[in-house]
Design a protein around this ligand. Structure first.
Ligand code: BDR
Ligand code: CA
Length: 310
């Protein structure tokens, strides 16, 4: 099984990423680390425990990571995700405890204990936790096999400012550190996540699966879709975060291109912009693979098939 650490800020779409990873027979989920992002850490951490418990994976430890970005104050998105971040599910008090160890120290210890180039990372929130871990312990980079990230926008316009996608905008300094870490990176930005729009048909198929996880997915996508449907004049909303894990499990769904990707940290106007050198005009060597296309129907068939296993 492939060892993986999941770092996220649930978020309805983070929740689907977690569900996809937590029942994947291919993956050995070493731990889930919460970040402050869509909603504050006090909430994302509880959300992670609810979702891991719902997935029947109380064996997977959940950690709280960083409360907010390295430099900037935390900017949250209750206006998209609702007060809880995962509005649309039936809430319960999780019995799964939060681990005492800080999420950043967990990442450091777990990577240090691993063999070289063995652990995969999935990051679907601001990249604060891994950036902090790399700052504290630069030696861990060599343990990472690859990093699958949801973040950025290139051909597609930003979703929080004209230039920037939310996860990178919130902590551009962290994104800058991670993008320069020298390990293989696959990045799923709005160019591709805006091609996986949900619809009432998708929500209906999830609901019809009948399990608590599946009905929660349907409820969350229904909620999430309302905000985005209005915004994008579509039938639903973009299902950003599960693109990362779907690619890990079924890479053929996506098209990626090696590119040099730089993060804007200085400008007020374009803070968090991802300068994706899609046409190689800078001549700089690629530091990541940029996802630019996806087979939408096959993506949703795969997602629904996997959620159907709950
Ligand atoms: C990203 O920001 C959050 O709103 C979502 O969970 C996703 O990770 C999309 O810009
Ligand atoms: Ca997210």
């Amino acid at each position: 099984k492939r060892p993986v650490i999941l770092d996220c800020d649930p978020g309805q779409d983070d929740a689907l990423m977690l569900f996809l990873a937590l029942n994947a027979p291919e993956l050995d989920v070493l731990g889930v680390v919460a970040a402050g992002g869509n909603v504050p850490l006090t909430r994302t951490e509880i959300n992670c425990r609810i979702l891991v418990e719902m997935a029947g994976r109380k064996d997977v430890p959940v950690y709280a990571g960083c409360m907010g970005p390295l430099v900037e104050p935390l900017f949250t998105a209750e206006y998209v995700h609702g007060e809880t971040g995962i509005d649309g599910i039936e809430f319960f008090e999780p019995s799964l405890p939060k681990q005492d160890q800080h999420g950043v120290d967990f990442i450091i210890d777990r990577l240090r204990a691993a063999v070289d180039e063995s652990v995969e990372m999935v990051i679907t929130g601001p990249m604060t936790n891994l950036a902090m871990a790399l700052k504290k312990a630069p030696d861990i980079a060599g343990k990472i096999k690859q990093i699958a990230i949801m973040g950025g926008a290139s051909f597609e316009a930003g979703n929080v400012t004209p230039s920037a996608e939310f996860n990178i905008y919130v902590d551009p300094h962290a994104a800058d550190i991670v993008m320069k870490c020298g390990r293989p990176i696959a990045m799923f930005g709005l160019d591709v996540t805006h091609k996986v729009m949900t619809s009432p048909e998708i929500v209906g198929r999830l609901n019809a699966l009948g399990s608590r996880v599946a009905r929660s997915c349907a409820g969350m996508l229904d909620f999430f879709g309302q905000y985005d449907a209005a915004k994008y004049s579509a039938e639903g909303g973009p299902l950003h975060d599960p693109c990362t894990v779907a690619w890990m499990l079924k890479p053929d769904l996506f098209k990626l291109k090696p590119c040099h990707i730089a993060i804007e940290t200085q400008s007020e106007l374009t803070r968090g912009h991802t300068a994706v050198d899609f046409w190689g005009v800078t001549g700089k060597p690629a530091n990541a693979q940029w996802a630019y296309d996806v087979n939408r129907d096959q993506f949703f068939d795969f997602l629904i098939e996997r959620i159907g296993n709950y």
